[in-house]
Design a binder for this molecule. Structure first.
Ligand code: ADP
Ligand code: MG
Length: 243
């Protein structure tokens, strides 16, 4: 079963066509890595899936429900099925780690505070931050901030996680701790789309790799084929540059 079906998506910003007629289907439990040069439309694609950007043409179905801009109720249902983690953490600076994780279930889903707190504590423990629950973001390392951001996304009980270069803003020694949390989620069966420049991670964790360039899906395949035997010249050139 496809949990996401994105069909013939076109996105423009004014005169600029970011991508045109792209198709991406994702199966439940699948981990898809999206790679490609800067400016190729990777972030915009993820942002269109969870309505941070509006699509110009084409359609997105999430668990067979159509992303319909006129249907506010369906939009909210769809977007709350997806958790998103950004390059720059985007934590609320005036809230502690625990408060950051608790915020959305309380304000968006109106869940009871006690229940949310128990779940939030469990999630912070899961990402290895039991001892940082009462810390403000300014007191946390980049890797810790990103782990709070992941816990915060998970607090909404998403069916799908979208990661947009989750380790790109981190010092090299902090990348591993964040990738390990994402790996654990993959092993638990979470459906994930991960935009990443960490090719080792993509190779190890992804079921499928999508290579985007210039707003096109140039090639998609299992990681072994993409990394060891790419079919397209553009894929080869990109990988030669970064590996
Ligand atoms: P990637 O994530 O692959 O680096 P992006 O999706 O961020 O690429 O950007 C794709 C293209 O769209 C780039 O040319 C970028 O400058 C442009 N773009 C992204 N967001 C906006 C925006 N909000 N307004 C105008 N242009 C944008
Ligand atoms: Mg990007």
């Amino acid at each position: 079963m496809n949990i996401i079906e994105a069909q013939q998506l076109t996105k423009r910003f004014g005169q600029l066509t970011v991508f045109e007629n792209i198709n991406v289907n994702v199966k439940k439990g699948e981990v898809v890595a999206i790679i490609g040069p800067s400016g190729s439309g990777k972030s915009t694609f993820l942002r269109c899936l969870n309505n941070l950007e509006e699509i110009d043409e084409g359609s997105v179905y999430v668990e067979n429900q159509k992303l319909d801009y006129k249907n506010k109720k369906a939009l909210k249902e769809i977007t709350t099925k997806m958790g998103m983690v950004f390059q720059n953490f985007n934590l609320f600076p005036h809230m502690t780690a625990l408060e950051n994780v608790m915020a959305a279930p309380i304000t968006v889903k109106k869940e009871p505070k006690g229940e949310v707190m128990e779940r939030a504590k469990g999630l912070l423990k899961k990402v290895g931050l039991e001892d940082k629950m009462d810390s403000y973001p300014a007191k946390l390392s980049g890797g810790q901030k990103q782990r709070v951001a992941i816990a915060r996304a998970l607090a909404m009980k998403p069916d799908i996680m979208l990661f947009d270069e989750p380790t790109s803003a981190l010092d090299p020694e902090l990348v591993g701790e964040v990738l390990n949390v994402i790996k654990d989620l993959a092993n638990e069966g979470m459906t994930m789309l991960v935009v990443t420049h960490e090719m080792g991670f993509a190779k190890e964790v992804a079921d499928r790799v999508i290579f985007m360039d210039g707003g096109k899906i140039v090639e998609e395949d299992i990681p072994e084929n993409i990394f060891s035997n790419p079919k397209e010249q553009r894929t080869k050139m990109f990988l030669e540059k970064i590996l």
